[in-house]
Write a protein that binds this ligand. Structure first.
Ligand code: HEM
Length: 538
């Protein structure tokens, strides 16, 4: 490896130079924005590194409006977008924009090139069409019992911990919630609970720790990775640095699990046992019979044009890690932040507890509809206030324009109603900023206030972009989060179970801030990622 280091460094240097000299010269028709702090980091440290998340971004939005330009590392051009008209055009996914190459590199290495997170165009439409039934309302409704069991397992664990305490116990709930959602997503969605699978959970936890690392070096490394020629990436795979090794290890572990699990499902089917309608089985049914029964054909590629509702075995396997990662961390941290707000506001806990008891006594609804019928629980605006994926990056794959709802005055004083974007320029779908727009959410948009959903002031009408409550939390358009219904139900179930059994409070002198890891994590005043809560039985 040592003898290859100068070669790799040399190519990085040449690639950076080539990037600097051949990248598009004029950014976004002169759209104003904050001055970058340096050429190396651009505005990326303010965007990604500093806590609380949004400290700079929300101020930029106030100063420059819902569209402004920023600089990425090594001179990249980026457009921050929270304007509804512009977002609608980008989210339509008509082929002008793709996911950013950094994300695509990671998605491919961690999940495989058949992952729904990685594929695009026709292959994406085909795989989504096959996966959709496993995430329909009917399919999610069938997961209620499984999710209730996960939530109950957690509450019993807390009860056991509190058994010998005369007063409240103070403990970190962060890991507990993550274990619950890992079990929830793997068991309820994929029919395979990984909690007791030590090898897989270790690989998964290491992946999350690696993905959550934020440092100046990691931020620049992301940009440099892009400048590497494809052969240098292949060398990296042969002699992977530690973080890259973690990604590959997780990929191998999840492929092995998917293999074992699918084999057992296929055997069960041969014996005439029809397994449940979880994701794997919904997808397995879409594999042609020949692919299941003839092992030598397993790696056959599915021809998108001939088989619009088919997937290959490899494509199914690639969804195992995809769903685990996409569904676990985001949902866990949404629950963590909801619990934080509940611990801060005892009144909120009381309201949820009362409406839960009242609904249970009246037995008006059950299952999914029961949770939907609890107004205050559903107004607890964690999904607006803490956007777990605070932004999503896209890159223009050709020269194009983005329409905007209000004219923009450029640095040179021109008024424009559409923004020219050059091939290779980045667009940031500013999800978190969108949720702070006072024009949409009211003058108190920067405050956590469930009442905005109950007193009739939140009316977006035809301006809605996302699939749930007019929020952009789960994005929108053809790449809308596949698991949004599942995530909402899991949050409802876990919060109800915990609030009806426990009183939550914040310990004295604890300061908690949001930090951007994979999603938004709580950083305690000691600098640790944790959420210490004072818990007693209700
Ligand atoms: C609160 C929890 C969640 C949040 C905030 C969230 C957010 C998102 C966002 C913003 C995207 C779009 C990413 C992009 O294109 O850049 C996405 C995609 C996706 N999410 Fe979620 N998600 C959550 C829970 C889940 C769950 C529980 C699952 C599965 C069980 C899931 C599965 C997926 C998948 C498969 C995609 C890729 C969809 C595609 O590209 O077609 N997510 N999610």
């Amino acid at each position: 490896m040592a003898e290859r280091v100068p070669l790799i460094l040399g190519s990085v240097f040449i690639a950076l130079l080539a990037y600097k000299f051949f990248r598009p010269k004029k950014a976004f028709g002169d759209v104003p924005g904050p001055v970058p702090r340096s050429w190396l980091f651009g505005n990326m440290l303010e965007l990604q590194l500093y806590s609380p998340y949004g400290k700079h971004e929300f101020e930029w939005q106030k100063q420059y409006g819902p569209i402004y330009s920023i600089k990425g590392c090594i001179g990249e051009d980026r457009l921050m977008v929270s304007d509804t008209t512009a977002l609608r055009a980008i989210l339509a996914d008509t082929g002008d924009f793709r996911k950013s190459p950094q994300h695509q590199l990671v998605n491919k290495e961690v999940f495989g090139d058949g992952s729904v997170l990685y594929v695009h165009g026709e292959q994406h439409r085909r795989i989504r069409a096959v996966m959709n039934p496993a995430f329909s309302t009917a399919a999610i409704r069938a997961r209620v019992h499984s999710l209730q069991a996960c939530a109950q397992h957690l509450s019993e664990k807390w009860e056991a911990r509190l058994e010998f305490q005369s007063t409240a116990g103070i403990f970190d709930i962060f890991q507990d919630i993550h274990e619950t959602t890992l079990s929830g997503v793997t068991d309820a969605v994929m029919g395979y609970d990984v909690t007791n699978d030590k090898e897989f959970t270790k690989a998964y936890k290491n992946l999350v720790i690696t993905g959550a690392k934020r440092s100046k070096i990691a931020i620049v490394a992301h940009a440099v990775l892009l400048a590497l020629p494809p052969w240098a990436i292949d060398v990296l795979k042969l002699f992977p640095p530690r973080d890259f090794k973690t990604l590959l290890k997780h990929c191998n572990a999840s492929q092995r699990r998917a293999d074992i699990f699918l084999k057992s499902q296929i055997e069960a089917r041969k014996l005439g046992i029809e397994p449940e309608n979880d994701l794997f089985n919904v997808m397995r049914k879409m594999m042609s019979r020949i692919l299941i029964l003839e092992p030598h054909l397993r790696h056959r590629q599915v021809d998108s044009h001939k088989a619009s509702a088919e997937v290959s075995l490899q494509e199914i396997k690639d969804q195992f890690g995809t769903i685990t990662v996409a569904g676990e961390d985001t949902t866990a941290n949404s629950i963590v932040w909801a619990l934080y707000q509940l611990a801060k506001n005892l009144d909120y806990q009381k309201k949820i507890r009362e409406e839960f008891v009242e609904a249970q006594e009246n037995k008006r609804k059950e299952g999914l509809e029961f949770y939907e019928s609890l107004p205050f629980l559903n107004a607890l605006e964690t999904l607006r206030f803490y956007s777990m994926v605070p932004y999503s990056e896209r890159i223009a794959i050709k020269d194009t324009v983005i329409p905007v709802s209000q004219p923009i005055t450029t640095r040179s004083g021109q008024q424009i109603t559409q923004i020219p974007v050059k091939k290779g320029q980045y667009v940031q779908i500013a999800i978190s900023s969108y949720h702070r727009l006072s024009s949409l959410w009211g003058p108190d948009a920067e405050e956590f206030n469930p009442m905005r959903w109950l007193d009739g002031r939140t009316k977006l009408g035809d301006k809605a972009l996302g699939p749930y409550a007019n929020l952009l939390t789960f994005l929108g358009g053809p790449r809308t989060c596949l698991g949004w219904r599942f995530a909402v139900l899991e949050m409802q179930i876990v919060l109800c179970e915990l609030v009806r059994k426990f009183n939550l409070a914040l310990p004295e002198n604890s300061t908690i801030e949001t930090a951007h890891a994979i999603s938004l994590v709580p950083i305690h005043n000691r600098g640790d990622v944790e959420l210490l809560l004072c818990i007693s039985c209700a």
